[in-house]
Write a protein that binds this ligand. Structure first.
Ligand code: CAA
Length: 282
């Protein structure tokens, strides 16, 4: 049987993590991004991520080097034309994702096109593709090498065979697939992001400081990190975008984004990636 080649579109936080897991699991990855610097940064991060596994004796140095050899990068989308499965992890902009899916479906009529979208409709994405039955959601969680869940989202058009192949891939990547319907925010983000938004309201109202909110939820609800530190990890711009999708998708005012969250995003305080969010980072 020929080797499975996995394309990864977008070398941001999620794309890097996905590509790391793909090569660490023995697959060849073709990582695509529009920016060369982003690809170099991703290669550095993946190298560092795999080194953690070597340091913990979960991977040998030789296996790490072999994994890095299976990682190919390109700024040309055509480099993905021989992929069996393409995992899209581009920025959360509907127009951008639709264009990518249209282009990818022209590029390869046989590949399964899976989106890591955190909240957009898979049914709409599938509708712009030539083979909509091959479009599916495969939603990873940050940090991807650590968290075990993959939400598998079936669009209206997705075939059983596509779902089966994505569930198999999740298993091969050491993840657990959980099926979720194509509803705004799916399951995890619909629960998690309104909690982060509510935590921002607590700070806006002066009811608690960010440190107090985070400490309270770590000690009082056994969360591994507080909701505001988690918002900083996810990216406050991503959290805001998810709240907007929930608000628009359900038309329910309970999903109103916190004005403080909006102001922070406007100011460029996006969390860890910008060095400042609800907390300050080096
Ligand atoms: N590659 C490989 N291993 C890695 C790694 C990487 N890039 N990063 C961390 N690790 C390993 C570490 O080596 C460590 O391994 P051991 O357990 O063997 O020691 C383990 O992962 C934990 O890492 P750390 O010790 O550095 O950190 P920690 O124990 O403080 O945990 C955390 C950090 C994993 C982020 C934890 O706080 C956590 O799980 N937080 C919640 C994260 C969460 O909820 N994420 C979901 C966000 S929502 C989302 O992503 C969806 C969306 O669409 C927005």
């Amino acid at each position: 049987m020929s080797e499975t080649i996995i394309g990864v579109v977008g070398a941001g936080t999620m794309g890097q993590g996905i590509a790391q897991v793909v090569v660490a699991s023995g697959f060849t990855a073709r990582l695509y991004d529009v920016a060369d610097e982003q690809l170099s940064r991703a290669q550095g991060k993946i190298d560092k991520g795999l080194s953690k596994l070597v340091a913990k004796e979960k991977m040998s140095e030789a296996d790490k080097n072999a994994a890095l050899e299976r990682l190919n990068t390109s700024t040309a989308l055509e480099a993905l034309s021989d992929c069996d499965i393409i995992l899209e992890a581009a920025p959360e902009q509907p127009g951008l994702k639709e264009k990518l899916f249209r282009d990818l479906s022209h590029l390869s009529s046989d590949a399964i096109l899976a989106s890591n979208t955190s909240s957009l409709s898979l049914t709409r994405l599938a509708a712009v593709c030539e083979r909509p039955e091959r479009v599916v959601g495969m939603h990873f969680f940050n940090p991807v090498p650590v968290l075990k869940l993959v939400e598998v989202i079936r669009a209206e058009q997705t075939s059983d065979d596509t779902v089966k192949r994505i569930e198999q891939l999740a298993h091969d990547l050491g993840k657990t697939a959980v099926p979720v319907g194509d509803s705004p925010g799916f399951a995890v983000n619909r629960l998690l992001v309104p909690m982060i938004n509510e935590a921002a309201f607590l700070v806006q109202e002066g009811a608690a400081t960010p440190d107090a909110v985070d400490e309270a939820m770590k000690l009082g609800a056994a969360h591994p990190m507080g909701p505001l530190a988690l918002g900083d990890l996810i990216g406050l711009d991503v959290c805001l975008a998810i709240m907007e999708v929930l608000q628009e998708g359900f038309g329910d005012p309970k999903y109103r984004p916190c004005p403080l969250l909006k102001r922070m995003v406007d100011a460029g305080y996006l969390g860890r990636k910008s060095g400042r969010g609800f907390h300050i980072y080096d």
